[in-house]
Ligand binder design. Structure first.
Ligand SMILES: Nc1ncnc2c1ncn2[C@@H]1O[C@H](COP(=O)(O)OP(=O)(O)O)[C@@H](O)[C@H]1O
Ligand SMILES: [Mg+2]
Length: 242
């Protein structure tokens, strides 16, 4: 059981800022083959100067899903970033909406992961970022928290692939169930108050009913004070889990 949790200890090196993500031109260098949507790997450069690598998911490359409105996944990725920032949790690499070679899309700083980290082991433990991530996923109603969506870098763990989040119906599907039913650390419950500050931004990105559902999920976390339990009504673990 976890009763307290450390503050994030600084953003890792080589992570592009929002300002850098907004600058310059995007060059596509490849497509991530395991990805279900058009998930493109590229770099951003200003004149001849490369700023670094990015993930670019154009809205035009989003595959229709039965349960999410078509063409809304990129906004959900940005909403997840903005919410993580507002809470002070720094769990999502800087992410914004901008034009790219295939039109409007989400652009996110690429995280060069530490390959030697055993992510499955870390994900099942009580790393401060994992403690926070499990609560973050409950809050954003993440339907796809796989091990491969956890990015270890410089002692921190970032999360990626937040396209299928913020649905108004409960659909939490994650590999991070080790805290189920446990008390949420007081500091994290207090952080949930910061959510108000990001509502004007979220209103531009997700549906009003989804904002209402987000606030209801927060209320229920504050009332119970515990991490949610896996549902019996839908698969609570993504498959495959990697
Ligand atoms: N910002 C990022 N930094 C580093 N690796 C990433 C980043 N975003 C995605 N990835 C890697 O690329 C894979 C595919 O990207 P993902 O966002 O999961 O695409 P999809 O929505 O198509 O599943 C991820 O599982 C992860 O390994
Ligand atoms: Mg994915």
């Amino acid at each position: 059981m976890v009763t307290s949790v450390q503050e994030p200890t600084g953003t890792a090196d080589n992570v592009l800022t929002l300002h850098e993500l907004a600058m310059g031109e995007i060059d596509i260098e490849g497509r991530l083959v395991e990805a279900s949507n058009a998930t493109l790997f590229g770099s951003i450069h200003v004149d001849d100067h490369s700023l670094g690598n990015v993930i670019y998911k154009p809205v035009s490359g989003e595959r229709p899903l039965w349960d999410f409105p078509h063409g809304t996944l990129a906004q959900r990725e940005v909403a997840a970033y903005e919410l993580s920032e507002a809470l002070g949790w720094d769990l999502v690499p800087p992410t914004l909406l901008r034009e790219g070679p295939y039109g409007l899309g989400m652009v996110q700083s690429w995280i060069q992961i530490d390959e030697e980290v055993e992510i499955v082991e870390v994900a099942q433990g009580d790393h401060p970022d994992i403690i926070r991530m499990a609560l973050f996923d409950a809050l954003i109603n993440n339907t796809d928290r796989k091990f491969g969506h956890l990015l270890p870098i410089g002692g921190r763990i970032y999360g990626c692939d937040h396209g299928v989040t913020f649905h108004q119906e409960d659909k939490l599907r994650t590999v991070l169930w080790q805290f189920r039913g446990d008390p949420i650390p007081q500091g994290l419950l207090a952080d949930l108050d910061r959510l108000e500050t990001v509502l004007p931004i979220l209103e531009e990105l997700i549906h009003p009913e989804e904002i209402a559902a987000l606030l209801a999920r927060r209320e229920s976390l504050l009332t119970s004070g515990t991490y949610p339990l896996p549902s019996q009504d839908w698969p609570a673990v993504p498959w495959p889990p990697f």
